[in-house]
Design a protein around this ligand. Structure first.
Ligand code: AGP
Length: 613
């Protein structure tokens, strides 16, 4: 949460910072602020509550011609969204400005010890400015002062500080796993940001700050040190991302754009991994493990949060079926506190589109301590999960800007399918003809997803009919169950309608009490081996007058006259159904949300990257 951006160079910093914040706004959007060097004796400071546009309006016509400064977009943890809680935060004399992402756990203790005057905000950030100002006043160099602060401030966070009298200089630190910092090197300029999106319009030459590392940069110099002040040598990486894909194009919302990018997302995930002639999966370019290693595995644990955990639930089916390994899925936040039983033969697979979710990173740390081999599925090259895991399957879905995950779920389910097949082959548990059939079926996915997008018109009609509902139930069995969970999550997060996802068999153990003619159910009922059971569940709901929207296999008319509404999904292999079924569910959420006037791309209370526990 929270977006951080900094610039030091030869161009006007204000517009660069505002544009950077625009690209980071998905990380937090309850307030924003800027600090620019206004000569060498004072800062130009601006704060505004609300979305970035409020800040843009506030600074209009007043930005000084500064060539360096810092900016921040906030997702509140300590203190309500307000101007005074917006970053940058300053010391009482206005000599140090600080922006920060993450949580300083002992900030109250630090406030009591280091206050240099009254605090103006409720943030855990402001005390850092007080601490830095105290050290600088004692003659400590700014970078050394920051090392001292980080040594005392407990928590997982990243922080950037600037000082009047040192125009153009910026120091930053990353402590723990909360939100990374990327440094961009341009021609006679340096930038930093909490993620790549803000840097890519300016440079593709980047360096990632690891936990425990510090950076000290000016327009034409950059140096890295560790907490003890030892110099670090870091290599610049050159990234391939296309910044053009980060704009909305013809779509009204990023969510709709990203839903429509899903055929490409599936294809890009498969490229070079699903091979033809002969049909097989090859992940040897991503995963450095051999058959002996795969055969020695005894178990798989998949971790993730939210949508990523729903992908993991789909992956469990694939792993058990193709690799014949017992597989379990855990919510990352629960996993770490349970004292899980792990060993070096337990493969831990983490799914995280951002690669920065603190709960998932903590689960991975737990697995690392136990010596588990780890594979992560991630959409952000260089993100923290990719640095912890032994191997990474990059989604290659391109930037996902809408807070609601869509295309990254499709990409991650595809990759879990590929991984399960690959493990199956390495372990000798997968017959070549089954592998070939599954690869063939997967190669059809981009087309099937494209066909699912064509359901948009029908879904809009359903959205008109059900947009005023207060509650929704989503039911599925087998592979339909994770899709049902995802349908409910998507609907509640973008439309604010209360929705629950249930394994259909569970319905009669409680949720059925809710059913009446105002309580619609979305039932995933493809023609698979549990279809008859789903049909019974649908009849049970209809007997209580509950409307049912049934998602059925292509050409299946058997639920006509049973379900209230029928959506025929495109033809797809039964095992791949959830990868296609999520598309109409996403569209339903999207269209209902737009009919209710909700802020689809930036739903209230949420953030794209969740870097607090
Ligand atoms: C998805 O729509 C949600 N916004 C959320 O549940 C998300 O999937 C979760 O926060 C996990 O994020 P990650 O994939 O970046 O780890």
């Amino acid at each position: 949460m929270c977006g951080i951006v900094g610039y030091s160079g030869h161009r006007p910093a204000g517009p660069i910072l505002l544009e950077g914040l625009r690209r980071l706004e998905y990380r937090g959007y309850d307030s924003a602020g800027l600090a620019l060097f206004d000569g060498d004796r004072q800062f130009y400071i601006a704060h505004a509550t609300g979305k970035l546009d409020a800040l843009v309006q506030r600074v209009e016509g007043t930005l000084p011609p500064a060539t360096s400064g810092i900016g921040h977009t906030r997702w509140a943890t300590h203190g309500e969204p307000s101007d005074r809680n917006a970053h940058p935060q300053l010391d009482p004399d206005g000599t140090i400005a600080v922006i920060h992402n993450g949580i300083i756990e002992n900030f109250e203790e630090l406030r009591a010890r280091y206050a240099r005057g009254p605090f103006h905000s409720e943030t855990d950030t402001e005390v850092l400015a007080h601490m830095l100002a105290g050290a600088v006043e004692r003659g400590v160099d700014l970078l050394d002062a920051l090392r001292g602060v980080v040594a005392e401030a407990r928590g997982a966070y990243s922080v950037v500080a600037v000082a009047v009298g040192e125009p153009g200089r910026m120091v930053a630190a990353r402590a723990g796993n909360a939100g990374g910092i990327v440094i961009g090197t341009g021609e006679g300029e340096h930038l930093l940001a909490s993620d790549l999106g803000a840097l890519l319009p300016h440079t593709r030459r980047v360096t990632f700050l690891e936990p425990g590392e510090f950076v000290d940069l000016c327009a034409d110099s950059v140096r890295y040190v560790d907490i003890e002040g030892h110099e670090l040598t870091k290599t610049i990486e050159v990234l391939p991302y296309d910044p053009v894909s980060a704009v909305k194009g013809p779509y009204k919302h990023f969510m709709l754009k990203e839903i429509h990018e899903q055929p490409d997302a599936a294809l890009n995930a498969m490229r070079g991994r699903y091979l033809t002639g002969p049909l097989r999966v090859d992940l040897s370019g991503d995963i450095p493990f051999d058959a002996a290693w795969a055969k020695a595995l005894t178990r798989v644990v998949l971790v993730g949060m939210g949508t990523s955990m729903h992908s993991a639930l789909v992956g469990r089916h694939y792993i058990e079926r193709f690799a014949r390994l017992p597989a379990e899925v855990d919510n990352s936040a629960e996993f770490r506190y349970r004292g899980p039983v792990l060993d070096e033969h337990t493969l831990v697979i983490s799914v995280a589109q951002s690669g920065e979710t603190v709960d998932t990173l903590a689960a991975m740390d737990e697995a690392k301590r136990a010596g588990c081999p780890q594979i992560t599925i991630c959409n952000s090259p260089g993100a923290q999960t990719t640095r912890v895991a032994n191997a990474t399957l990059l989604m290659r879905a391109g930037p996902e800007i809408a807070v609601a995950s869509t295309k990254t779920m499709v990409a991650s389910m595809v990759l879990l399918h590929a991984l399960a097949l690959y493990l199956g082959r390495l372990r000798g548990t997968l017959a070549p003809d089954v592998e070939a059939q599954q690869v063939q079926a997967a190669l059809h996915l981009p087309a099937a997803i494209g066909a699912a997008l064509n359901l948009g018109g029908q879904i809009e009609v359903l959205a008109d009919r059900y947009a005023d509902s207060r509650d929704f139930l989503f039911l599925g069995r087998g592979l339909g169950y994770p899709a049902a969970l995802e349908g409910a999550l998507k609907l509640k997060e973008v439309s604010y309608i209360h929705a629950e996802g249930y394994a259909a068999g569970e319905m009669k153990h409680g949720p059925i009490a809710l059913i009446d003619d105002q309580f619609p159910t979305v039932a995933l009922a493809p023609r698979d081996d549990v279809f008859d059971k789903m049909r019974s569940n649908i009849e049970q709901i209809r007997a209580r007058k509950g409307p049912v929207i049934a998602l059925v296999s292509a050409g299946d008319r058997s639920l006509e006259g049973v379900a209230t509404d029928i959506v025929e999904m495109p033809e797809v292999d039964p095992l791949l159904t959830p990868i296609v079924a999520v598309v109409p569910l996403q569209l339903l959420s999207y269209y209902i949300a737009t009919r209710r006037g909700a802020d689809v791309d930036q739903p209230r209370n949420l953030a794209k990257t969740v870097t607090v526990e």
